[in-house]
Design a protein around this ligand. Structure first.
Ligand code: 13P
Ligand code: SF4
Length: 310
């Protein structure tokens, strides 16, 4: 029998309550998934939500996002059963560097504090000192006592941090987000000539030349909050295009334009509402299984981020 979106959503809501499932959705997820989630937000907010805000009855956490996000939930809440809604949802940036490469670079830079963007695998986190997210990177790197920092994998976020903290000696590794990194100054010029009144809000995963033209740079949640609070009525959104769409629902009196059509993350789009339905029915998704040594080692890096973010 055919089902409407609203009927699928109602069934998900019924089953998640019945089965004690907490649904987390990253802000890049489709609107119909955001609507049925218990928590939505940026990478940092989601990692804390599972650890701090789930109820006793919620023994299962379902991540609608990409694999490293589900791994982060498992690391912070190993007693919970954690599922990734669609097993195909990876993050190419998180796969760019492996443990062996980082261990080799560490030998070249002895005495450096290794800072890993949260968009890394659990395995990679085991050889890093502290994690950061886009919303916490400047604050956390600023609080690290050591001025010698090895920042990986995103050289654009790293360059943004280095620009804000000029007293730090930050060595960048050449990784990054294949979606944000391809937006260039010509895209900005094109969009600004089409929408001359719009303010430009961008994610720091964009290249420094684009970030330098922005009126505001910040995480997905930072961009959303900035647009909601602002008196301005028109915005160009320089991050995954779902954010412009969500903002249109959140602020119907304002106008939001996507900075570039290149800003579409296929990995974030692969999860569908039906995937979520199958997961809450117990017939879909992938359970995140990790050995206790990896969990313990990767947790050191994430705990340090939480401590330094206070
Ligand atoms: P946020 O931490 O800003 O949500 O970013 C996650 C991400 O994957 C950006 O591309
Ligand atoms: Fe990864 Fe970029 Fe997609 Fe974010 S937008 S999940 S960093 S590929």
């Amino acid at each position: 029998m055919r089902m409407k979106i609203s009927e699928v959503q109602a069934e998900i809501i019924r089953l998640k309550k019945e089965r004690g499932i907490c649904i987390l959705a990253h802000s890049y997820q489709a609107r119909e998934i955001i609507e049925i989630a218990d928590f939505t937000g940026d990478s940092f907010q989601l990692s804390l939500a599972a650890a701090e805000n789930t109820t006793e009855e919620q023994k299962i956490v379902l991540m609608c996002g990409v694999r490293f996000m589900a791994e982060t939930v498992k690391i912070l809440s190993p007693e919970k059963t954690v599922f990734l809604a669609n097993p195909e949802a990876g993050c190419p940036m998180a796969e760019q560097m492996d443990k062996e490469l980082v261990e080799a670079v560490k030998i070249e830079y002895p005495g450096y504090t290794v800072v890993a963007y949260i968009n890394t695998t659990a395995e990679l986190k085991t050889v890093c000192d502290v994690c950061v997210t886009s919303s916490s990177a400047v604050k956390i790197v600023g609080k690290i006592e050591n001025d010698n920092i090895l920042f990986l994998p995103d050289c654009n976020l790293g360059a943004y941090v280095a620009e804000k903290l000029p007293h730090k000696n930050i060595k960048l590794l050449q990784g990054g987000c294949p979606i944000h990194a391809v937006v260039d100054v010509n895209d900005v010029k094109r969009a600004q000539s089409a929408y001359p009144k719009a303010k430009l809000l961008v994610h720091p995963e964009c290249v420094p030349a684009v970030v330098s033209l922005a009126d505001y740079a910040g995480s997905t949640s930072g961009i959303i909050e900035h647009a909601i609070k602002s008196e301005i009525k028109e915005f160009l959104i320089g991050t995954e295009m779902s954010i412009a769409e969500h903002l249109q629902y959140l602020c119907p009196d304002k106008k939001f334009y996507c900075l570039s059509q290149k800003l579409l993350c296929p990995n974030m789009k692969v999860t569908t509402l039906v995937d979520v339905l199958n997961c809450v029915r117990g017939t879909g998704g992938e359970e995140i299984v990790m050995d206790s040594v990896t969990i313990a080692k990767a947790k050191v890096c994430i705990d340090e981020m939480i401590k330094l973010n206070r």
